[in-house]
Design a protein around this ligand. Structure first.
Ligand SMILES: Nc1ccn([C@@H]2O[C@H](COP(=O)(O)OP(=O)(O)OP(=O)(O)O)[C@@H](O)[C@H]2O)c(=O)n1
Ligand SMILES: C[C@](O)(CO)[C@H](O)COP(=O)(O)O
Length: 249
């Protein structure tokens, strides 16, 4: 079968194995509730809302795969989408790598989406998928940066102040979100390469950049923010309350 005739199957890997240290003590972050439903379930629903997504691979805390399987079984999820759960690793990068290894043959487009970004709208998910299907090998949703960003030299001694070394031009900076979208073989190759060199990256597109491949930007969304610190939980609950109020009219 020629490449053009291959059916285009899209899978999402959801790294959900983090502890959520910055959120404070409690259950692993992905299992914390937002409006009574675990953050992970919101994130899975956000991905499965796209009709293009046929498989969701959840990368669970290494000691919590059974609990996550039970959670997925207990919540109503679209029938057109299949779900797999695999145990995660010590870093986000390792967890995504383990999720990629669980993908079956025939997947052509892969999205990687943080469980910690539970409220991303389906329009953003579809825009990422469309850009990959239009030929981009890597796609990131991104927003302009609101604050001025400084590059600093870390303090030499604990307690010493950091020194500013540069102020990048803000108009050229973007805050990148997830889901990030990829041609399957490009992402698998990028992860294999960084695993060999030992070089890390804080997002998956960063690994593709290390291969020298182009990364395309599509508009991100304010509601795709990452739940990282306690105040983000307050914002997430407020977004959900606004959605409920809008649905009510
Ligand atoms: N070993 C890890 C670490 C992180 N993640 C996932 O990567 C996403 C983004 O990471 P982040 O927001 O940094 O989550 P945590 O690592 O849980 O946060 P913290 O650094 O505060 O502990 C989250 O969905 C998280 O569950 C993962 O799957 N495996
Ligand atoms: C992938 C990511 O969400 C893009 O902004 C981000 O890099 C994750 O970083 P974290 O340190 O794991 O929160």
């Amino acid at each position: 079968m020629s490449d053009e005739a291959r059916p285009r199957r899209t899978a999402v890997v959801i790294p959900a194995a983090g502890r959520g240290v910055r959120l404070g003590p409690g259950a692993p972050k992905a299992l914390r509730a937002l409006n009574g439903t675990p953050m992970l379930i919101h994130a899975v629903r956000a991905m499965a809302a796209s009709r293009a997504v046929s498989l969701v691979v959840v990368v669970a805390p290494s000691d919590g795969a059974a609990e996550v399987k039970n959670l997925l079984d207990a919540h109503a999820l679209p029938e057109r989408t299949d779900y797999l759960v695999v145990p995660g690793g010590d870093t986000r990068q390792e967890s995504v790598h383990l999720g990629l290894q669980a993908l079956p043959e025939g997947i052509t487009t892969v999205l990687v989406h943080d469980a910690a970004r539970p409220l991303v709208p389906v329009e953003t998910v579809d825009a990422v998928i469309e850009a990959v299907r239009d030929g981009a090998v890597a796609v990131v949703p991104a927003l302009p940066v609101a604050d001025t960003v400084k590059e600093v030299e870390p303090a030499e001694q604990p307690g010493d102040p950091e020194q500013v070394v540069a102020t990048p031009v803000r108009a050229r900076l973007r805050a990148v979100q997830t889901p990030q979208g990829f041609d399957h073989d490009t992402l698998v190759n990028a992860h294999a390469t960084v695993a060999l060199t030992g070089e890390g990256a804080t997002d998956d597109a960063g690994m593709v950049e290390k291969l020298g491949a182009p990364v395309v930007v599509v508009p991100g969304h304010e509601e795709a923010f990452k739940v990282t610190r306690p105040l983000d939980l307050v914002l997430a609950e407020a977004v959900l309350a606004r959605r409920r109020a809008n649905d009510g009219f």
